[in-house]
Design a protein around this ligand. Structure first.
Ligand code: HEM
Length: 187
């Protein structure tokens, strides 16, 4: 569901309804708390269940995804801490920026722009040719956290994205001693 769709549903909501939204495994109360408090245990006349809003929609769609990727590679291109991982990339960042934009669009629940062209992401396998240990993971996350801070205004969405990116970046570690090649389950 889009943000505009949610606003429309809330505007049409009857006074004696509660609105719940799926949130990936659970339900959040979106509206109707006043009604529940007033009525105590009294059942609402109507329960409206909304599908979840994608992270893509929450952060502002394609425009924000583009901004995240530009800010991310801008940092990788200039931060001294990112010199090692910048050197792993081609001199021209244009093509990989385009791929990351497509990947993140799909990964955040927006238009599927990656897999129709590239197939299953198999991201860890695609990174096996690059030596990624703790310092490389941390440099990648430093660039990404700066990019998220600059481009994603919604605090909660930013924190959720940060947590998910942190897991993903850790999953990319492929140097000796990493826990992922020792039978530990994938995040
Ligand atoms: C943890 C440290 C990471 C390092 C050092 C790293 C490095 C790289 C490098 C060197 C490339 C190839 C770029 C080129 O072709 O010029 C690449 C590609 C890519 N990376 Fe990462 N990466 C990391 C983590 C991640 C994470 C967490 C994501 C996802 C959010 C990601 C998404 C991608 C994608 C989508 C591509 C393009 C793959 C394709 O060709 O389909 N990377 N990465």
């Amino acid at each position: 569901m889009t943000v505009a769709g949610l606003v429309e549903a809330l505007l049409k909501m009857p006074a004696n309804a509660v609105v719940l939204m799926e949130n990936g495994g659970g339900l959040s109360l979106v509206a109707g708390l006043d009604f529940i408090e007033e009525q105590g245990a009294g059942a609402p006349a109507e329960v409206i269940l909304l599908p979840s809003i994608s992270m893509f929609a929450r952060v502002g769609g394609e425009v924000t995804i583009d901004r995240i990727v530009e800010a991310f590679y801008g940092r990788m291109d200039t931060l001294p801490e990112a010199r090692t991982i910048r050197a792993m990339h081609a001199p021209d960042l244009g093509p990989v920026k385009n791929i990351l934009k497509r990947y993140l669009s799909e990964w955040t629940g927006g238009p599927k722009l990656y897999s129709p062209e590239k197939g299953h992401p198999r991201l860890r396998q695609r990174h096996m040719g690059f030596a990624i240990g703790n310092p490389e993971r941390d440099a990648w996350l430093l660039c990404m956290r700066g990019a998220l801070a600059e481009t994603v205004a919604d605090d909660r969405a930013r924190q959720e994205l940060d947590a998910a990116m942190t897991k993903l970046a850790d999953w990319m570690r492929n140097q000796a001693g990493n826990p992922h090649d020792a039978g530990v389950s994938r995040p």
